[in-house]
Design a protein around this ligand. Structure first.
Ligand code: NAP
Length: 287
């Protein structure tokens, strides 16, 4: 039997619809949430991601802008731009589009963003708050995964969750979020021995490795929920995830597609975080 599809695009539309009342409350105070994306250089994939974020802001009724710097700019210029945005009252959310051109220190630049405007949730203050179970802004992709699980009705408490990938922006924060929701979590990476032994135990299997075809049907427990975070191009240039969708679909209970799974929810969480930032600044209580 084929797994049920978790439609990230449809769930993202529900997120946007649920923001309507919050945006109206802010408008009553004369506030429109504003997001600024700092883009350095002309990475083609980044151009697509930035365009998607701008479109989502526009569709949701947020203000948005891209501040571009050339690939050969120096770090002082970037830090000065971020400092200016930190001080700009109408800018509620700031993100620096990654990856950065060689020679720029992504860590130093993202840490320069005011934690109250850090809608990507990469600032150590926000990551630390997540560790303590008192998150202020959660990174958008893992937050999107949690929202997908919630909206698809997947039980998390008491479940066995296995994550493939331990990056600071996906795997590690997702592990914390799942632990905070009382799942029992295993985080796998390139040094993990006998990957399949771990993945076959998972009630919830999240693939965030950036390796096309990494997860095969033999690695999945029958009925498991499989969330595919990966974004890769196959030999023909087609967008694919980390999961061999056609075969895993026959074993899993629920599965996300690529595209149309985690991606749209990541953008929706960015919009939600920006609304949250504006609510905190305006003293309007959100959810
Ligand atoms: P990353 O920083 O490159 O981290 C990849 C992680 O996967 C690393 O921890 C790596 O282990 C692990 N890994 C790689 N190959 C593996 C293998 N064969 N077996 C087990 N673990 C393996 O990547 P990322 O930024 O977290 O992103 C991961 C993927 O998600 C990428 O495809 C990215 O494009 C995608 N992504 C999607 C969204 C979205 O909105 N859908 C958002 C962000 C990222 P080591 O630590 O040992 O190297």
């Amino acid at each position: 039997m084929s797994a049920g599809l978790i439609d990230g695009a449809a769930l993202a539309r529900e997120v946007y619809a649920a923001l309507g009342d919050r945006l109206r409350a802010l408008a009553g105070q004369g506030v429109t949430p504003g997001l600024v994306v700092v883009q350095i250089g002309e990475d083609p994939a980044s151009n697509v991601y930035v365009r998607n974020k701008m479109r989502a802001c526009e569709a949701a009724g947020l203000r948005s802008a891209v501040r571009q710097l050339p690939a050969d700019c120096d770090e002082a210029e970037v830090l000065a731009l971020v400092a200016g945005l930190n001080a700009e009252p109408a800018t509620h959310g700031i993100l620096v589009q990654l990856p950065l051109p060689a020679g720029l220190d992504a860590e130093r630049i993202t840490q320069a963003i005011d934690p109250a405007k850090d809608v990507d949730g990469f600032n150590w203050m926000n990551l630390g708050a997540l560790v303590a179970g008192r998150a202020r802004f959660e990174p958008c992709t893992p937050r999107g995964v949690m929202a997908l699980l919630g909206r698809a009705g997947v039980p998390v408490e008491g479940s066995r969750a296995v994550i493939l990938g331990r990056s600071n922006i996906v795997g590690k924060p997702l592990a914390l979020m799942l632990v905070n929701r009382s799942a029992t979590v295993t985080v796998c990476h390139t040094r993990t021995r006998d990957l399949e032994r771990h993945t076959r135990e998972a009630d919830i299997l999240v693939a965030a490795a950036g390796r096309a075809g990494l997860v095969t049907a033999a690695m999945v427990k029958r009925g498991a929920t499989v969330i595919d975070v990966g974004i890769n191009r196959d030999a023909s240039g087609k967008l694919v995830g980390d999961v061999d969708f056609a075969s895993v679909r026959e074993v899993a209970g629920r599965i996300t597609p690529v595209p149309g799974g985690v991606g749209p929810m990541t953008v929706a969480m960015l919009i939600e975080n920006t609304v949250l930032a504006a609510e905190r600044t305006a003293g309007v209580s959100g959810s």
